[in-house]
Design a protein around this ligand. Structure first.
Ligand SMILES: NC(=O)c1ccc[n+]([C@@H]2O[C@H](COP(=O)([O-])OP(=O)(O)OC[C@H]3O[C@@H](n4cnc5c(N)ncnc54)[C@H](OP(=O)(O)O)[C@@H]3O)[C@@H](O)[C@H]2O)c1
Length: 221
């Protein structure tokens, strides 16, 4: 069966690679991005530009572009990583990460609720850096706090969307070779995306609200 799959932050990195894997398994992909890329254009999927997930106009553009689309899988992938230390606390970058990593995915899901089919799946790409019990090295205040906030929102979404039989997957992609980490990861974007797509394919209602590594292991909050 071919699903309608919507992915944010689809022009590069893990989002682009997920578009490739969903397309390869026969799904109809709607690739949302601020600006397209050559790699995305070459995939031959439905590219929707002008979607800054953290702006009012970006959300309006998204609603207009998807007005006739019934969504089976919604992947909130767009995110940013900034750096703050205790000695150089930059509240602007912390706020920026909250806007893009935590508030935007919640707003995207809330805004597209009416488009989600009964039994649809919502996948939130978070990070194990949002895990409080897994934090053994400190720092990265804005990223950790914003991803922890996303995890909290994801759990509420899993409860609030259950009546429509919508399952919510909460995924850490691994340490992935993308621009975000200066390509310093230990897994390629394609390999990570393949695992994520596999987990999303298997996601069922009884696994809704579970925080998982792309390798399938359950992560602590
Ligand atoms: N790489 C890792 O090791 C790692 C580990 C844990 C979690 N993650 C998470 O995985 C997700 C994907 O990251 P990545 O590694 O693929 O990073 P990436 O290569 O830096 O890609 C980030 C994507 O997010 C988009 N984006 C950023 N701000 C946006 C906004 N305001 N509106 C719309 N799109 C926006 C970017 O679009 P532009 O090109 O327009 O900037 C880009 O498409 C993120 O949520 C990240 O936190 C990554």
């Amino acid at each position: 069966m071919s699903n309608n799959v919507v992915i944010t932050g689809a022009n590069r990195g893990i989002g682009l690679a997920m578009c490739m894997h969903f397309k390869a398994q026969g799904d109809k992909v709607f690739a949302l991005c601020r600006n397209s890329s050559t790699d995305l254009e070459e995939l031959n999927v439905n590219v929707i530009e002008g979607i800054d997930v953290a702006s009012d106009i970006g959300v309006e553009n998204m609603v207009a572009a998807l007005s006739n689309v019934d969504i089976d899988v919604l992947v909130c992938n767009a995110g940013i990583l900034r750096d703050e230390s205790l000695s150089q606390l930059n509240v602007d970058t912390i706020r920026e990460q909250f806007e893009i990593n935590a508030l935007a995915p919640l707003r995207v899901v809330a805004t597209l609720q009416a488009n989600l089919n009964e039994g649809a799946k919502v996948a939130l790409i978070t990070s194990r850096m949002g895990s409080i019990s897994d934090n053994t090295s400190g720092g990265r205040y804005g990223y950790r706090m914003s991803k922890a906030a996303l995890n909290a929102a994801a759990m509420s979404l899993s409860h609030d969307l259950a009546s429509k039989k919508i399952a919510v997957g909460i995924y850490h992609p691994g340490y992935v070779q993308t621009e975000m980490v200066n390509y310093g990861g230990d897994i390629s974007a394609s390999d990570s995306a393949k695992k994520l797509v596999g987990l999303i394919n298997q996601l069922t209602q009884d696994q809704s609200g579970v925080f998982k590594h792309s390798n399938g292991s359950v992560l602590p909050w």
